[in-house]
Design a protein around this ligand. Sequence first.
Ligand code: SF4
Length: 387
Amino acid sequence: MTFTDVLDSTDLLAIRSKLTEITPDRVASAINKDQADFSDFLALLSPAAQDYLEPMARQAHAISLRRFGRVILMYAPIYLSNECSNACVYCGFKATRDIPRISLNMEEILAEADQLKRWGFGHALLVSGEAPKVLPVARLAEILQALQPDFPSLSLEVYPLSGPGYAQMAEAGADGLTLYQETYDRNVYAKMHPRGKKKDFNWRLDAVERAGQVGMRRLGIGSLLGLNDWRAEAIALALHADYLMKKYWRTQVSISFPRLRNIPENFSIPSLVSDVEMVQMMLALRIFLHDAGIVVSTREPAELRDQLIPLGVTQMSAGSRTEPGGYIHPERRGEQFAVVDERSPAEVARAIQKAGYEPVWKDWDRLMHEGYSHEDHSQWNAQGSGS
Ligand code: SF4
């Protein structure tokens, strides 16, 4: 059984429609439970919970402190290629757009990585469109091997691979996979992904499990907020994360909240998600899933990101460029999505410290498994103050 079976046997719309029946009393009783269950989560997601965001924020903060302390893991993407055979209607890289297509060579990738290293990052996310011809599995493995000595943690956000493909990635040094389903609604998914391999909903959804099966230590999931009703997406995300956390219990499961902001021509966002709605979704998920990581990217404005820190965020990107070669060619345009928080990594780190948290620039687990010492930790954090 996979999560696809779980999703197909769940009537999301029926669950969603019952949220309006939830009363304020039910919300109040869900907030302060030691461990909220799925029915409590639904109460926290309901329209009635909109009046309870402050107590929900207090509870989410307390849970996050207990589970994660005052630590935020910093990461940055490296865009390897903007070539893509898909045509996701909301994306700046879609195949039908006439933009310069760039795939970095190894020298350029290492130069991009070098910039991240100089800023202090030890955790990089390798990103590309669906371009197996320019970025086949063997090439991805080569890139991982080249970066591994300098990056204690390397995650992938590339097209879905087969199980053996993920095994090869893990062998080459990848320890994490980020793969957003974009939407868990099959009808909406079909409209948004009209062409290419990405049309295959199940292949994408099952990919996260294929990575879990080969022992990837981090799995990142998310819905692209704006494509569909946010409450329906939150219900599916909660089920998906809960399922993954139970089945791959050694793996850190994180939820991202990518929100559609800029869009290509001829596309309007079907279900805009407000700041308050996104915050409610985040709080409800934190109170339900105490151990899930929460990721907020530079798609969101600086002020909002700073306010979200104490509510349960565990990972933040900083200094991101979302076009291939954007760090070494800052003048380059043609990004996948607009970066809204344009602060430097050092500025983001200072904002995190100002909020009373510690920005952490590298992932500890791989080094701890390999027997690195506490001194290595201190040394890296000193380096990570950024420039
Ligand atoms: S979202 Fe990903 S798969 Fe879809 S067009 Fe953009 S780069 Fe390609």
